[in-house]
Design a protein around this ligand. Structure first.
Ligand SMILES: *[C@@H]1O[C@H](CO)[C@@H](O)[C@H](O)[C@H]1NC(C)=O
Ligand SMILES: *[C@@H]1O[C@H](CO)[C@@H](O)[C@H](O)[C@H]1NC(C)=O
Ligand SMILES: *[C@@H]1O[C@H](CO)[C@@H](O)[C@H](O)[C@H]1NC(C)=O
Ligand SMILES: *[C@@H]1O[C@H](CO)[C@@H](O)[C@H](O)[C@H]1NC(C)=O
Length: 198
């Protein structure tokens, strides 16, 4: 009886030892094949000195007519009776031009959405990309996420990132309404963009 117990114990010990070494081997294999991160020098990505760019253009939000560039896509039951249109979501692909006139030279678009997210005073949640089409900026984007109290003379929203020329971008934009047609809701907004990027 005592002998049998001893035999069982030694069997358990050798099994445990086997699993212990197996785990060590597995952990080492993991280290070499399953790592998914590494340190990288910014130079390897061609990142040199961070610079600050200032861009200036006009944004045309056309909500009326056949050629509207901003469309109402969702709302709450209570949106139409809310003084601030709380719950309304609009998707836009608004032209950006160098002068306030819609016919002036186009430099890109503002693509994304805005939502009425304030119950006291008009405050939009803006989530959109500036998509540039001009010169060296062609194909590059800046991503904006922020609060836009549209009836304030000056609004500020953060730049949360970018692509192309604007990789690693951060900064802010300032928006000033130039003109609103209160009958149609169409608006022209002056945008100053201050972006740090490489
Ligand atoms: C995983 O580690 C090896 C060796 O340390 C390294 O050469 C490889 O680049 C790493 N994999 C990734 C995805 O960084
Ligand atoms: C809409 O765009 C078309 C084509 O660009 C143009 O011919 C038409 O006049 C525009 N309509 C309005 C209401 O602006
Ligand atoms: C709210 O008003 C808009 C525009 O007048 C209309 O298209 C929409 O159907 C209305 N929504 C509700 C829920 O009544
Ligand atoms: C911007 O890039 C697109 C696609 O690469 C190209 O078709 C277009 O002609 C370019 N526009 C300008 C103004 O360079």
């Amino acid at each position: 009886m005592a002998n049998k117990n001893l035999q069982n114990t030694s069997r358990i010990i050798s099994l445990a030892t086997f699993f212990f070494f197996f785990l060590i081997l597995a952990a080492n294999a993991d280290k070499n094949s399953d790592n998914f991160s590494r340190k990288l020098s910014p130079k390897k990505l061609g990142l040199k000195r961070e610079k600050l760019s200032h861009l200036h253009f006009y944004f045309h939000d056309i909500v009326s007519g056949k050629n509207s560039t901003a469309v109402r896509v969702a709302e709450a039951q209570t949106t139409n009776t809310s003084a601030t249109l709380f719950g309304l979501i609009t998707i836009m692909d608004d032209p950006l031009t160098v002068r306030p006139e819609p016919s002036s030279k186009r430099v890109g678009s503002a693509q994304g959405m805005y939502a009425s997210a304030s119950q006291s005073g008009t405050g939009l949640l803006m989530a959109f990309n500036f998509v540039f089409t001009e010169g060296k900026y062609n194909g590059s984007t800046l991503s904006i996420l922020g609060r836009n109290p549209v009836f304030s003379p000056l609004r500020e929203m953060p730049i949360v990132g970018g692509s192309g020329i604007f990789r690693f971008a951060r900064g802010y934009v300032q928006a000033r309404t130039v003109n609103v047609d209160f009958k149609t809701g169409d608006a022209v907004v002056d945008y100053n963009v201050y972006a740090l990027h490489y």
